[in-house]
Design a protein around this ligand. Structure first.
Ligand code: NAI
Length: 563
């Protein structure tokens, strides 16, 4: 079998008996070792477990069945979230087995939308430590804090300052649910090893009054710091993290866009890092658009695209679209940008508005008269694609969508704002108001809709299709950096994995149930690029795809023997 010197291989596939030093309750109370009722009689004898468990030795399938029975008794999504978190706290292997066998059902619980509500309630539902917190009070001692993490092998850190959690705004230290949730998806979706992931919440204060006055809030009661004070702490974190774990991948997550863009630029060339809200969103949206254009049989460069929202997500998507147009049709990035119109809270982003534009908007500012309302922009631009990433619910009104449909037979409408309550319109509205002509995708999941007797299955532009595969690929070849080209390749790879049957039902994304195959294909493409561009630290395996497959973690119990 092909091998590279990637350290990852041995970890993911260890199947020989594990020498366990602890005994009895030490093992049962350790979620990384605990197998619950699945310990065999031999293991129970060897490890001092006899009598501490019911006598019947269950297999994992029976444990999954029991977990699912309990899970399905719960009707409230937040209760389901708490239940699954509790399962993780008791038995990590079983948690991932349950999750992976029921991924489509549980992703909306472990991630958007439920994770958003879990973050809002974080201080109230908190049960147990998980991941790490770095706060303003740790400035000057972050290396010491990181040394408290028990593992010297960390492949990936997801870090957030909780300032822009989904579309829910500043949730301060409560934002911890997001790095945790993202890393769970890395493991389930691509097979990164759970013991080598580290969620971090960077608590630089909050401006959320409700939290500041909530007696159960668990973060520091300090207003957010900005500017030099903020970057001093993030720079110190990057130095400390890469000193302790030199090859670690750092994913910046849910920072407000005044920090997200600078953080990405500051570190992307020197440290293996990326921002999923910008780059991952860009790739997943582009993949959906490429799928949509397979339905309309058009090219990207033929499109006229209106963005509602001009923040991290929109700019990330726009950049990726321009790369795609340029790659497909040979036009320049500037020519590609002429096909894009962006609206922010002040209306159409133009150079004529008289306000000082944020840096990330400048490449997309048009030199035409501004327009206040989205409907006016639609009337003027006659877009073929409308993308919502504003966090403003119900802004794609009937009038807006009808105005678009009047000038475009098959309007492509992506209402990406999360969670569901923030979506610019629902799937039902988009299909009903266009008589089924819309090609619709959303950020949070919507159920299938019947219009004129035909069932439409809306696609979910879930970043989960992209980031796990990109992360796995970058980690296992030891990439020195994550490039935009890797995300572009990921988008194209994903778009190719949508079947004709899926397109016929109106969905432009593949079934989430195929996530491991998708991540395998994306990670393989990312490794390929890293090797071709001299960005990989580890030796190239004979067969990259097989190597990626071998590296993927599967939640199976290893046999134990006493050390
Ligand atoms: P952001 O805060 O960087 O940007 C929001 C933008 O919306 C800003 O440009 C703001 O000016 C604009 N905006 C606010 N009110 C507006 C109004 N009334 N009219 C027009 N524009 C308005 O946030 P980010 O990161 O871009 O995320 C935006 C939304 O997209 C969030 O709800 C987020 O959950 C969602 N999102 C969805 C993803 C997906 O579906 N895969 C991935 C990333 C983000």
């Amino acid at each position: 079998m092909a091998h590279s010197d990637s350290k990852y291989y041995t970890i993911a596939n260890a199947s020989e008996p594990l020498q366990v030093t602890g005994r009895g309750l030490d093992i049962l109370n350790n979620p990384w070792l605990n197998k619950g009722t699945s310990f065999t009689p031999e293991e129970r004898d060897a490890l001092g477990l006899r009598g501490l468990l019911p006598p019947y030795s269950a297999d994992m399938e029976e444990q999954v069945q029991r977990s699912m029975e309990n899970y399905r008794h719960k009707t409230d999504p937040l209760d389901k979230y708490v239940f699954l978190t509790g399962l993780h706290d008791r038995n990590v292997t079983l948690f991932y087995r349950v999750l992976m066998e029921n991924l489509t059902e549980m992703t909306p619980i472990m991630y958007t939308p439920t994770v958003g509500y879990a973050c809002q309630q974080f201080g109230h539902i908190y049960r147990k430590n998980r991941g790490m917190y770095i706060s303003l009070h740790d400035k000057g001692r972050i290396a010491e804090v990181l040394d408290h993490w028990p593992s010297s092998s960390v492949d990936i850190i997801v870090i957030s300052d909780g300032s822009r959690i989904l579309g829910l705004g500043d949730l301060g230290a409560n934002g911890m649910g997001i790095p945790i949730g993202k890393l769970v998806l890395y493991v389930a979706g691509a097979g990164l090893h759970p013991a080598r992931t580290l969620p971090i919440l960077l608590d630089v204060g909050t401006d959320n009054e409700e939290l500041l006055s909530d007696p159960l809030y668990l973060g520091i009661t300090h207003r957010r710091v900005h500017g030099d004070e903020f970057y001093e702490i993030t720079d110190e974190f990057v130095r400390a993290a890469t000193k302790r774990w030199p090859h670690v991948l750092i994913q910046w997550e849910d920072f407000t866009n005044d920090k997200a863009f600078p953080l990405l630029e500051r570190h992307r060339e020197s440290v293996l890092s990326f921002n999923d809200d910008i780059q991952g969103t860009g790739a997943v949206a582009l993949a959906g658009l490429l799928g949509s254009l397979r339905i309309t049989e058009q090219t990207l460069a033929e499109q006229r695209i209106v963005f509602f929202g001009a923040g991290s997500a929109s700019v990330g998507i726009a950049e990726m679209i321009c790369t795609g147009m340029s790659d497909e049709s040979g036009i320049t990035l500037e020519q590609a940008r002429e096909r894009i119109w962006m609206c922010d809270s002040r209306g159409l982003v133009t150079t004529t508005r008289g306000d000082k534009l944020e840096k990330h908007k400048i490449p997309y500012a048009r030199s035409e008269e501004s327009a206040k309302s989205l409907r006016d922009v639609i009337r003027r631009v006659k877009p073929t694609i409308l993308i919502g990433a504003s966090g403003r619910p119900q802004t794609f009104t009937k009038k807006v969508i009808e105005a678009m449909h009047r000038r475009c037979d098959r309007p492509i409408i992506f209402a990406l704002s999360n969670p569901t309550t923030k979506s610019e319109c629902t799937a039902e509205q988009a299909y009903n108001w266009t008589n089924g002509d819309a090609i619709f995708a959303s950020g949070s999941p919507f159920h299938a809709v019947r219009v004129n007797g035909k069932i439409f299955v809306p696609g979910q532009g879930n970043n989960m299709f992209i980031f796990p595969g990109v992360g796995l690929g970058a980690v296992i070849c030891g990439a020195r950096k994550v490039t935009d080209e890797m995300f572009y390749m990921a988008a194209k790879t994903l778009a190719h994995m949508v079947t004709e049957e899926e397109l016929n039902s109106g969905t432009v994304y593949p079934d989430l149930g195929k996530i491991r195959q998708i991540s395998l294909a994306i990670a393989t493409a990312v490794c390929r690029l890293a090797y071709d561009n001299g960005l990989a630290r580890y030796a190239e395996p004979e067969d990259i795809r097989q190597h990626v497959r071998d590296c993927m973690y599967h939640p199976d119990y290893r046999p134990y023997v006493a050390a």
